[in-house]
Design a binder for this molecule. Sequence first.
Ligand SMILES: *[C@@H]1O[C@H](CO)[C@@H](O)[C@H](O)[C@H]1NC(C)=O
Ligand SMILES: *[C@@H]1O[C@H](CO)[C@@H](O)[C@H](O)[C@H]1NC(C)=O
Ligand SMILES: *[C@@H]1O[C@H](CO)[C@@H](O)[C@H](O)[C@H]1NC(C)=O
Ligand SMILES: *[C@@H]1O[C@H](CO)[C@@H](O)[C@H](O)[C@H]1NC(C)=O
Ligand SMILES: *[C@@H]1O[C@H](CO)[C@@H](O)[C@H](O)[C@H]1NC(C)=O
Ligand SMILES: *[C@@H]1O[C@H](CO)[C@@H](O)[C@H](O)[C@H]1NC(C)=O
Ligand SMILES: *[C@@H]1O[C@H](CO)[C@@H](O)[C@H](O)[C@H]1NC(C)=O
Ligand SMILES: *[C@@H]1O[C@H](CO)[C@@H](O)[C@H](O)[C@H]1NC(C)=O
Ligand SMILES: *[C@@H]1O[C@H](CO)[C@@H](O)[C@H](O)[C@H]1NC(C)=O
Ligand SMILES: *[C@@H]1O[C@H](CO)[C@@H](O)[C@H](O)[C@H]1NC(C)=O
Ligand SMILES: *[C@@H]1O[C@H](CO)[C@@H](O)[C@H](O)[C@H]1NC(C)=O
Ligand SMILES: *[C@@H]1O[C@H](CO)[C@@H](O)[C@H](O)[C@H]1NC(C)=O
Length: 413
Amino acid sequence: MTRSHALGALVVCFVIFGCSQAVTLEVREGNSTCIKTELSASFSIQYNTSSGTSTVQVPLPTSTTVDSSSSSCGSDGSLPWLVAVFGAGHALGLGFSTNGSLYSLANLTLQYNLSDPSVFPEANSSDVVTVVSTSVGIWARVNTTYRCVSPASFSVGGANVTFSDMRMEAYMPGDDLSPTESVCTADQASTTAPPPPVSTTTVPTPVPTPPGTPEHGNYSVTNGNGTVCLLAQMGLQLNVSYLSQNKTVQAVVNLNPRLMAASGSCEATNASLVLTQEQSTTLTFVFTLNSTSSKYHLSGLSLVATWPNMTAPLSASNSSLDYLRSTLGRSYMCNSEQTLRVVPAFSLNTFRLQVQPFGLTTNNFATAEECQMDQDQMLIPIIVGAAMAGLVLIVLIAYLIGRKRSHAGYQTI
Ligand SMILES: *[C@@H]1O[C@H](CO)[C@@H](O)[C@H](O)[C@H]1NC(C)=O
Ligand SMILES: *[C@@H]1O[C@H](CO)[C@@H](O)[C@H](O)[C@H]1NC(C)=O
Ligand SMILES: *[C@@H]1O[C@H](CO)[C@@H](O)[C@H](O)[C@H]1NC(C)=O
Ligand SMILES: *[C@@H]1O[C@H](CO)[C@@H](O)[C@H](O)[C@H]1NC(C)=O
Ligand SMILES: *[C@@H]1O[C@H](CO)[C@@H](O)[C@H](O)[C@H]1NC(C)=O
Ligand SMILES: *[C@@H]1O[C@H](CO)[C@@H](O)[C@H](O)[C@H]1NC(C)=O
Ligand SMILES: *[C@@H]1O[C@H](CO)[C@@H](O)[C@H](O)[C@H]1NC(C)=O
Ligand SMILES: *[C@@H]1O[C@H](CO)[C@@H](O)[C@H](O)[C@H]1NC(C)=O
Ligand SMILES: *[C@@H]1O[C@H](CO)[C@@H](O)[C@H](O)[C@H]1NC(C)=O
Ligand SMILES: *[C@@H]1O[C@H](CO)[C@@H](O)[C@H](O)[C@H]1NC(C)=O
Ligand SMILES: *[C@@H]1O[C@H](CO)[C@@H](O)[C@H](O)[C@H]1NC(C)=O
Ligand SMILES: *[C@@H]1O[C@H](CO)[C@@H](O)[C@H](O)[C@H]1NC(C)=O
């Protein structure tokens, strides 16, 4: 493969997506399968030539096979390891480990043979290079299949490994991939269903004109004995992208308070507000109180939307947010529009927001802590006022000086 061919292959890979066809690999011991994976992979490898460095893009070919003598199910006390070989001495290794409830990809190994001129033309070395990464970050629950249709890249030594269309399981309870899936974050962000192959090539359609400011709604959560424990009032707007008829659509949708039901729960350090609109949209806010510092914040937001125009339901959530920070015994207020980014496919716009998830003593909000944006906006009239006062003063002084001068003028004549 020449360099330009490799580049061509790379371009084709990105345009068609999935040009390197999915390969199925499995490790068996006795009659049972312990590791199985279906994936597309490509490797971006930099190597030295006599005239400098070159980078090649190598797809994992469909002719790849499992090297059963190196692979193992780990029955001898070692860890399960899948070693797949392709071409002239190239290999991909996937090592697994588990703690009983989760299993993870413990190491990712890439071995390539620089003396293979069809892959590494003009290499000035004939070494067989092995690179390993032990911090891949792929994990799933035991007895579930790890699924990641979205492409994911990992840096392994000086090479980059990109997996896509991946389904994988180790410590398998049966011979086939478990029907229950652990879905990677990238797939969750786009949609819960695997996007059809063509979808990634379509450019998101332009954002339609925003639907205007959403209606302002009042929501509350009551606890067991009927006392209000969480209060919120705000206008809400969703900014989501989802698949609709094989196209990624971006939509800005206002939530209608008259169609929304509020529920939730209040605990000592956790409170949630669940807003449901006609069973098709569920938006959940989770607030966390740090009792040491007496500060609370919005720590989680999730959205489940099943709209008729969606190819698959949209489910997006993030539980490590840090928005709407305030102090116990106070409410949080932000009249300015705020954008709360949750995942790439979902952000929430809030309008004229006031919430109090903890420490309500009456059915009304306590004193508010206002967001920085409001404070900045309050500065504007003050600055304008000060500037106008200054201007009046300058005109007055100019007038007085002018009058004095003209008096002086008359006197000399
Ligand atoms: C594998 O299956 C065959 C036929 O089902 C059986 O005869 C054989 O004993 C099994 N081997 C092991 C190691 O379980
Ligand atoms: C690997 O990816 C990183 C970041 O995307 C990039 O800077 C680097 O050049 C890539 N290396 C190769 C060999 O493609
Ligand atoms: C290229 O050669 C330099 C100098 O010998 C070496 O430091 C570097 O690791 C080599 N790069 C690769 C990708 O082999
Ligand atoms: C290969 O080329 C690099 C620079 O292109 C050089 O630094 C390195 O020493 C060369 N290695 C050999 C074995 O010739
Ligand atoms: C590396 O490639 C060369 C040329 O294709 C081949 O002769 C050699 O056996 C390969 N090395 C390994 C370890 O397979
Ligand atoms: C990768 O993991 C497997 C099994 O967990 C282990 O046998 C192998 O030695 C590891 N390889 C490296 C290079 O760490
Ligand atoms: C396995 O690891 C996860 C994450 O580190 C942890 O939440 C879980 O409790 C562990 N399970 C066991 C059985 O140790
Ligand atoms: C996984 O499935 C096997 C067989 O169905 C069962 O014995 C085991 O307890 C399960 N493990 C977990 C963590 O659910
Ligand atoms: C009832 O309300 C009081 C405060 O009004 C609270 O301290 C108490 O925990 C509540 N009881 C239950 C069961 O929610
Ligand atoms: C979506 O794509 C699938 C497979 O690519 C095709 O069968 C189906 O007809 C497409 N649907 C629409 C509405 O374009
Ligand atoms: C609570 O706040 C204290 C003091 O600011 C901090 O040290 C601690 O890490 C916080 N706890 C949590 C769970 O965030
Ligand atoms: C999809 O449906 C939702 C709710 O029915 C609607 O608000 C949204 O505008 C629709 N999107 C498109 C692109 O038609």
